[in-house]
Design a protein around this ligand. Structure first.
Ligand SMILES: [Zn+2]
Length: 297
């Protein structure tokens, strides 16, 4: 059997051409999207999906048109967070119509296509070899979602990334070099060590990372109405990125997410104000980026 490095280019399979053709359709599909903002971490369990939906709500409240692509195909949360589990994808001439939340946030998530608890199978050519095909199949599905949806004109397309440091680079390639990144960290050295790896990985891409959000920075106790520490000491791992803001863990928000309620139904959440400030900061940085791009053009 040939080793991986013995195979020249795509080994005569014409896969590369197909990917290029599909990538062209992705670029066309996203032509009306002003800003693609990928929300990642590298680490799972840091509240990335909830933060993505909260940012979408805050950006929407500030008058932006926003959609979310839930890129976590086998761990989709956005359908539940936006209460669009029953959102059916209706085909139209310009692509499938994006299901929207009550306030008009578009949500494309496998959670609407695959009811729980079904898991997506990445089909392989021979049984027992799905591991060989997983990444190829996964990104083919993602390119199809990006190319096949009618995204329309959007101020922001937020992309909720799955965990995995190496996939961050693959997503940067998929979304193109103008896509911006925001990383989610928590005050735990274990998690921050992984976020630091994501920063390192992103430094090797042409993409700009706006900064990181410190999530779960203490938890809010509704009895004493104060934020108490959630992690024992100050984190030792410093992240080489600007901090866009800190958000406390909000038990009320966690309960709401588990109930399957839409975040739009909870205007009084403790995390609402800090997330709003982060959204303002993101808007400011994004307008700075586009002014810079115009200057260079
Ligand atoms: Zn208390």
């Amino acid at each position: 059997m040939k080793g991986y490095y013995d195979v020249v280019e795509d080994g005569g399979s014409a896969v590369l051409e197909q990917v290029e053709a599909q990538q062209e359709r992705v670029d066309q599909g996203l032509a009306g999207v002003r800003n693609v903002l990928a929300v990642g971490s590298g680490k799972g369990g840091v509240g990335k999906s909830t933060m993505t939906m909260q940012l979408a709500c805050a950006l929407r409240e500030r008058g932006n048109s926003v959609s979310i692509l839930d890129a976590d195909l086998n761990g989709p949360s956005q359908a539940r967070l936006g209460a669009v589990q029953d959102g059916i994808l209706v085909p139209s001439e310009s692509g499938a119509q994006v299901p929207t939340t009550r306030s008009g946030i578009g949500v494309v998530s496998m959670g609407t296509l695959y009811p729980e608890p079904r898991a997506i199978e990445f089909a392989s050519v021979a049984s027992g070899s799905s591991h060989t095909w997983r990444a190829t199949r996964e990104f083919t599905v993602l390119r199809e979602l990006l190319a096949g949806m009618s995204w329309g004109t959007l101020d922001y397309l937020l992309v909720d990334l799955p965990p995995g440091v190496e996939r961050i680079v693959q997503f940067a390639e998929l979304l193109g070099e103008t896509a911006l990144f925001v990383l989610i960290a928590i005050p735990s050295d274990l998690a921050r060590g992984i976020v630091a790896r994501s920063i390192d990985a992103l430094e090797r891409t042409p993409n700009r990372t706006l900064g990181y959000i410190e999530n779960m920075d203490g938890y809010y106790c509704s009895d004493c109405e104060t934020v108490k520490p959630l992690y024992p000491a100050q984190s030792q791992v410093k992240l080489d990125l600007p901090c866009l803001g800190s958000v406390p863990f909000d038990p009320e928000l966690a309960a709401l997410c588990d109930r399957g309620g839409s975040l739009e139904d909870a205007p009084r959440l403790v995390s609402r104000e800090p997330v709003g400030q982060i959204a303002d900061e993101i808007c400011r940085l994004v307008s700075e980026c586009s002014a810079f791009a115009k200057e260079r053009a």
